[in-house]
Design a protein around this ligand. Sequence first.
Ligand SMILES: O=C(O)CCC(=O)C(=O)O
Length: 288
Amino acid sequence: MLFENSNSILKIKNPSQKEFIEAWRQYQPFLIDGIVESWNACKDWSNDYLLKKCENNIIPVEFSPKSYLENYEYVLEKSYKQEEMKLKDYIDIISRNKKEINFEYYMAQLNFEKYFPQLTGDINYPKYFSIKPLINFWFGSSGRTTTLHFDLVHNIFAQIRGRKRILMFPPFNYLSLYPPLGESGTHAHFSKVNPINLDLELFPKFPWKDKIEVILQAEEMLYIPPGWWHHVTALDENISLSFWYDIKIKDFFLQKRLLSTSLNILPHYIFHSTSSITIFKSFIESIW
Ligand SMILES: O=C(O)CCC(=O)C(=O)O
């Protein structure tokens, strides 16, 4: 196994299960290479191939006014919506000259097995956890970005095509990340801070010095631990798959600081309103 420490993130080449778990226990993000490159998806998933296999698949696509990037708190306004369309129409939209369109479209966080059953044979499931993951499919154009947020799952994020810049911040002090986003406090796992346009006067406790920045290349995987804050920007037209694994009770004892971090987050989840409680309930159900 090769351990390289560049840009303050560990990179492991082709880890065995034991080597993966050794790194996983540290409760830090890390990069993995040497795995995704063997998947057919990496050589095959051109737009032409996707059209050949799935052109008429009907897919929900998020869209939001282009100006939402300036209005970072777009979640507040609920100005992004979903629209169902055929894959061929989506590919047409993102390939066209974007100046014609006033909206940004993003095929985000789709259940891969449900919406793209024709493509499941093109990947191998990572074998590091003994449970089945939920696989999310992300297909978007360059420049598309997300709010800073965290998920309560183990996330193995595999880049298939193109690159993404991923900024990550440690979860040890929930309030220093300035959640929630949303006036009613519904987004307890979203931060008010835009880390690519940071306002330290408004958010003085934001842990900017602890930033881990990764330019995730095609064929690389990134492990993002549960609770770790992340902000993702597409640098090219790109496709990613994220493999989400539920947290199990034993993980609280095996993974350093997962328990104390969860206890730090928990009261805020309980305090915030219904949608956070729904997320929290499904989290509790998943660990039993
Ligand atoms: O790829 C993206 O645009 C966002 C991915 C993400 O936030 C996630 O996997 O949790």
